[in-house]
Write a protein that binds this ligand. Structure first.
Ligand code: ASP
Length: 311
């Protein structure tokens, strides 16, 4: 039986940054030290992004700065600390979209330290929207910092993969334990909005599998007439529901508030067997943080009205 999504509105007018550190974490299974580490990393990501907004920088710059911090923090499923494929490797995906319609994304990255930088390079340096496994030479040409794939692999993620394999072998699964992802949505002093999402996908995914995060309209979307959106959760359901664009369409065409739109989208995810969360920043007004009842999500927001993190 589906239950109501949990929705909160945050911040007010003016510059606003909302971030998520992924849905589906097992808070009750995390040690106090792990929870403190996650909360501290969320705080650093918020500080890095909001500092730029407060200085009059763009929503795009704030989104990228916040995501950089989370890509470097091993407690999140993106960059270093990403969920591992069945082969024990990291395959990273990211998408960036601005309210004016410009967007770039990449999937299957194995060497880019900051996948969100690749998304921005696709947007800025090519006439295309999405690259799959861009060659290291191309990443070099784009000025992307590259590392060995081992850099992304942490002991905790290797253990999570073994745990999942053991469960899978006996026909059991706990899908909510497999995913994570980070995202940021922002509005700057000029009212421009942007959305970004960066992920390692889901633990034990078959190499080559791609989720919703790098897909414009599924996991990430921004439109200056309505909202900027970043999703996290069971990617396949978010793709089928075209979740991020759905939130935009409900606001722009359906006349719903961002909170109503996020709630309706998440209710659909739940009804279709998925779980997860979403963050939304509209072109004007308060931001929204939402999750399905079955998911946990860590998040943070910052505006002139205050600042808060929630691990
Ligand atoms: N949505 C991501 C994916 O399916 C995972 C997540 O957000 O947890 O790749």
């Amino acid at each position: 039986m589906a239950s109501e999504p949990i929705i909160a509105t945050v911040g007010g007018e003016g510059p606003l940054l909302v971030i998520h550190g992924g849905a589906g974490r097992r808070l009750h299974e995390m040690s106090p030290a792990q929870r403190a580490e996650t909360d501290a990393a969320l705080g650093r990501a918020l500080a890095a992004g909001y500092e730029l907004l407060a200085a009059g920088e763009s929503a795009e710059a704030a989104v990228i700065a916040a995501i950089h911090v989370m890509e470097d923090a091993p407690c999140f499923n993106c960059g270093r600390g990403a969920a591992l494929t069945l082969d024990g490797t990291a395959e990273l995906d990211a998408c960036l979209m601005l309210g004016d319609g410009r967007t770039g994304a990449a999937c299957g990255l194995t060497t880019a330290r900051h996948p969100i930088d690749v998304a921005r390079a696709v947007m800025e340096r090519t006439p295309h929207v999405l690259f799959s496994e861009p060659a290291p030479e191309l990443l070099d040409e784009w000025g992307i910092e590259q590392v060995e794939n081992d850099y992304f692999v942490t002991l905790a993620r290797a253990a999570a993969l073994e745990e999942w394999k053991a469960l899978h072998a006996i026909g059991a699964d706990r899908p909510e334990t497999r995913h994570g992802t980070v995202g940021a949505v922002a509005r700057d002093a000029r009212g421009r909005i942007a959305a970004g999402t960066s992920t390692g996908g889901i633990t034990g995914q078959v190499p080559g599998r791609v989720g919703d995060s790098p897909l414009c309209g599924a996991g990430t979307y921004a439109n200056e007439t309505s909202v900027a959106v970043s999703c996290t959760g069971t990617g396949e359901t978010f793709i089928r529901d075209v979740a991020a664009h759905q939130v935009h369409a409900r606001v722009a065409l359906g006349g719903q508030t961002p909170g109503e739109a996020a709630s309706a989208m998440l209710a659909g995810i739940d009804a279709h067997g998925g779980n997860g969360g979403v963050i939304v920043v509209p072109a004007s007004g308060a931001g929204v943080i939402g999750r399905t009842d079955g998911a946990q999500m860590n998040w943070g927001w910052a505006s002139a009205a205050g600042r808060e993190t929630h691990e």
